[in-house]
Design a protein around this ligand. Structure first.
Ligand code: DQA
Length: 147
């Protein structure tokens, strides 16, 4: 069971960027945490970060036939990208949306997600733990739907 983990724009700066919202954990720390958690759950993850919307769309397309689930923090594209939402719909791979910060405690423009309606669910506000919880939920969902 192989999960694609997608990190969107500016998440490469984690650890330095607005620690008030995002803490001091780095993207490498999060990826390590996910590799370990996947191992515990008998799965694997491939992690990828991009600052480019089209690259994220391409990676979602490439997941077809390779990955059974997508864990995605689309960063600011969460609030703007119909293209990423359409890509998720097109490939029909179950996806879970995650955010480090609680997007509902922040500016109004972060309250809307284009991705949430096409995701299984959304986890927001638990820092790096959002990813761990998201991975657990995604893997459980996939196993359950396989019967
Ligand atoms: C974020 C929340 C977004 O609103 C923001 O643009 C990000 C990070 C989060 O993980 O909390 O880049 O997705």
């Amino acid at each position: 069971l192989c999960i694609l983990v997608l990190h969107g724009p500016n998440l490469n700066l984690l650890g330095h960027r607005e620690p008030k919202f995002y803490g001091t954990v780095t993207l490498d720390d999060i990826n390590r945490l996910l590799v370990e958690e996947a191992q515990v759950l008998g799965a694997t993850v491939s992690c990828l970060q991009s600052n480019h919307e089209g690259v994220l769309v391409d990676e979602i397309h490439r997941a077809l036939g390779k990955h059974e689930g997508i864990l995605i923090n689309a960063g600011a594209y969460t609030h703007t990208s119909i293209a990423i939402r359409d890509a998720l719909c097109a490939v029909k791979i179950p996806a879970v949306e995650v955010h480090l910060s609680n997007i509902y405690q922040r500016e109004e423009f972060r309250h809307h997600s284009y991705i949430a309606p096409v995701a299984i669910g959304q986890i927001s506000g638990f820092g790096a733990e959002s990813y761990r919880l998201g991975l657990q939920a995604l893997i459980r969902h996939i196993r359950k739907s396989k019967g």
